[in-house]
Write a new protein. Structure first.
Length: 610
């Protein structure tokens, strides 16, 4: 009797083991990570830790972490939380705790993959949505027309998504950088940040061998169950057919596309590394340093020449299919590199809508280059020096006024908006570039000088600038100290050339009185006569007169009689036409000199050592 008790106990254990374990290990039996609450996991899905049966993809292998059901997808930094699985319609709903699903599944439909993204209703028809990403400084800009992606934004920058086919001209994308794209989303990006439905073909996989069993999983309308494996001959035939098809497919791929895909992936990876480097430099507000080989690649071996300047040649370049730049190769035969140092050190401090932005530079041995954003409409000089009959119709007087105001605001930023005061010393039409919307941007800082904001004048060992735009005090200190008023003088000469559509000094003028255009303008306005210069509409008279008067205020011989650039901006923004100045061309030997130096805009100028 005693010996029969242990025997019965062992028999009970063996019975329990024989009945419970096969059911628990049966892969066709539904399971879940959290009892009664988690989604049911059954064919075609398996829980992690099981051997994958034949015909299965790893993308159908789920895992349990902390009672949650997780789905791991290739090339994604983290797993997605499985919320629901619809076996009837072949869909799985996943969530991202960090709210960044579109970036995790970017361009999913382009890859050879088991899932496709779907709108919330699997039966709806929809157009794909394509988005372009922009990285912007966190300056509290309006987000109208854009979707902010908080999951990738930091305290140094915000990332916004903008529909790729939308017009971005009215969006607040100033100082922003394009960071990539997300294509073929099934719905608007804002509605799928946290949750998305993925579809799989419910016909595949058709079946697979049960791990640790000799049976196969099978699915039909009744459910999922295990069946005996098909006949050996049929299986062999299927394997032969499958092997022949796969072999033929691999042969074709090897002949026609294998090399192409390898090269494309290698090139894309190299380009992504370059872009990441570029974005890191941009975050630090520093231009990128390029090698000479980079410059040759960017310009396609200097294929397209944009122009020639006093210190070098400008070529068109391309960082990507959508990012174009202008590359200025400096001529080493001029100077000792001071212009290069000036421009790099100055442009690294500047970030303003009316100042051209430096993308990078090259200092590779004796080869030096400056890389700027590309502006399609080139310089203002191309539009204003065309003659009366050939003036470009886009440059109406209202547009000329907007360009003048933009240039003045750019100069005001250089004088007051930076950590140091920046004196340009070469304001002229050739150095005013225009973007696609004819917004002006000040360029070419090779002659610029930096000084403290507290000091207002600078000493110079030699004159610098372009003849016709250089202020008198730059040539002779008898007129006063060199200061920010020297840029005001150059701007005034620029304004008068915009008004006349010609150089201020024209030796081919019809008569002597028109040879020096500023004097001719002053004489006409002082007599109360209208400026009949390319006037086409009624309001053109007022704009032309306003620009001419502001220009005359700026070109006084004595810097103390010129307005500061802040006052120039106020005059251009005002609705009323400014009052006429006194004669700005009075020489130092004239009896009116004392009157002209009445110091309407007088400030004490402290000389700054160069």
């Amino acid at each position: 009797m005693r010996s029969s008790v242990p025997s019965l106990f062992l028999l009970f254990l063996s019975f329990a083991h024989g009945t419970a374990n096969p059911a628990d290990d049966d892969p066709c039996r539904p399971k879940s990570c959290r009892r009664h609450h988690g989604p049911s996991v059954q064919f075609p899905f398996l829980l992690e830790g099981k051997d994958l049966p034949g015909g299965y993809s790893r993308e159908f292998n789920l895992s349990c972490v902390g009672g949650n059901t997780l789905l791991s997808l290739p090339d994604t930094p983290r797993s997605l939380l499985v919320k629901d699985i619809d076996y009837k319609n072949g869909s799985i709903t996943v969530r991202d705790p960090k709210g960044c699903i579109p970036l995790l599944l970017a361009n999913l439909n382009h890859s050879i993959f088991s899932y496709k993204m779907s709108p919330r209703s699997p039966y709806s028809s929809y157009p794909p949505y394509n988005y372009t990403l922009f990285q912007c400084p966190p300056d509290g800009r309006s987000t109208s027309g854009m979707t902010q992606l908080d999951c990738v934004s930091t305290n140094k920058y915000n990332v916004f998504a903008v529909e790729s086919n939308s017009y971005v001209g009215d969006l607040p994308l100033v100082s922003c950088m394009r960071k990539g794209s997300i294509d073929l989303l099934p719905m608007m990006i804002g509605s799928m940040m946290n949750e998305v439905r993925l579809l799989w073909d419910i016909k595949k996989p058709e079946g697979g061998r049960c791990p640790n069993h000799s049976k196969w999983c099978q699915q039909n309308k009744s459910g999922i169950f295990c069946i005996n494996p098909p006949g050996r001959d049929k299986r062999k035939r299927n394997l032969e057919i499958t092997g022949g098809v796969v072999g033929f497919f691999l042969f074709l791929v090897g002949l026609s596309g294998l090399g192409y895909f390898i090269n494309e992936k290698r090139r894309d990876k190299a380009f992504q590394l370059k872009i990441e480097s570029f974005l890191q430099d941009y975050e630090a507000l520093k231009p990128t340093r390029y090698s000479y080989n980079d410059i040759k690649r960017i310009t396609n071996d200097f294929e397209e020449k944009l122009g020639q300047g006093a210190y070098g040649t400008v070529y068109k370049g391309k960082l990507s299919d959508e990012i174009f730049v202008a590359v200025k190769m400096l001529d080493n035969s001029f100077g000792n590199g001071e212009e290069f140092i000036n421009e790099v050190s100055t442009m690294g401090r500047i970030h303003h809508v009316n100042v051209v932005r430096m993308v990078g530079f090259c200092a590779d041995g004796f080869r030096r280059a400056l890389v700027y954003e590309f502006l399609a409409n080139e310089s203002l000089e191309k539009f204003i020096f065309q003659g009366e009959d050939t003036l470009d119709p886009f440059l109406s007087w209202e547009r000329l006024h907007d360009i003048a105001l933009g240039v003045a605001k750019g100069i005001e930023y250089l004088h007051q908006g930076c950590d140091h005061k920046i004196l340009h010393f070469d304001i002229k039409p050739h150095n005013i570039l225009l973007d696609n919307n004819f917004n002006p941007k000040i360029a070419d800082f090779g002659l610029a000088k930096l000084c403290s904001k507290e000091q207002s004048a600078v000493s110079m060992t030699a004159a610098r600038g372009t003849m016709g735009y250089i202020a008198p005090e730059v040539f002779s200190r008898n007129f006063g100290s060199v200061s920010s008023k020297s840029d005001v003088y150059s701007f005034g000469m620029l304004l008068l050339e915009m008004v006349g559509g010609r150089k201020n000094v024209d030796v081919n003028a019809k008569n002597m009185s028109q040879m020096y255009f500023p004097q001719w303008v002053y004489n006409h306005l002082n007599k109360g006569e209208e400026l009949e210069i390319r006037i086409r509409e009624d309001g053109d008279h007022n704009i032309a007169k306003k620009l001419a008067i502001v220009g005359l205020w700026c070109i006084h011989w004595y810097p103390a009689d010129r307005p500061p650039v802040k006052a120039v901006v106020q005059m251009l923004e005002g609705d009323e036409c400014p009052v006429m100045p006194k004669n700005p061309f009075v020489s130092s030997s004239s009896g009116d000199a004392a009157i002209m130096r009445g110091r309407l805009w007088n400030t004490d100028l402290e000389v700054i050592a160069e």
